[in-house]
Write a protein that binds this ligand. Structure first.
Ligand code: CO
Length: 132
């Protein structure tokens, strides 16, 4: 079902500092930036071959990423896998009895359709299903 790793998302406190770090150290350029108001995050996508590093920072205190940073600190937040059909991938998770965060696919950044799978029954990893 997975066709590619779409992105590895990293939660950071200072988005500009993190962008500078990846640019200066590894020569990564920002391909896309977006504020996702509904999720309370600002993201910067840095292209690596056909995938991205997604730097994420909260835009408000009640953002899930703000809570993540407060309890766990900076670091890998989730892995986004590309799928051809987000709804059927999500249905597969549910039909196997595993927990999801999104009951239905919803709009993500870049015009994608996404759904999050709960880390509790996914061996500790927050998984995002990404359909382009
Ligand atoms: Co993501």
């Amino acid at each position: 079902m997975f066709t590619e790793i779409d992105h590895v998302a990293i939660a950071v406190n200072d988005l500009e500092a993190a962008i500078d770090y990846y640019r200066e150290t590894f020569g990564c350029d920002v391909d896309h930036r977006e504020v996702v108001e509904k999720d309370g995050v600002e993201e910067a996508l840095l292209r690596v071959a056909d995938s991205y590093i997604q730097l994420l920072t909260p835009t408000r205190d009640d953002s899930p990423v703000a809570k993540y940073l407060a309890t766990k600190g900076e670091g890998i937040h989730h892995v986004g896998y590309r799928v051809d059909d987000c709804a059927s991938a999500l249905e597969s998770v549910k039909s196997h009895g595993y927990r999801v965060i999104d009951e239905q696919p919803r709009p993500g950044s870049r015009g994608t359709t996404v759904a999050f799978v709960h880390p509790k029954t996914a061996f500790g990893t927050l998984i995002e299903l990404v359909q382009e």
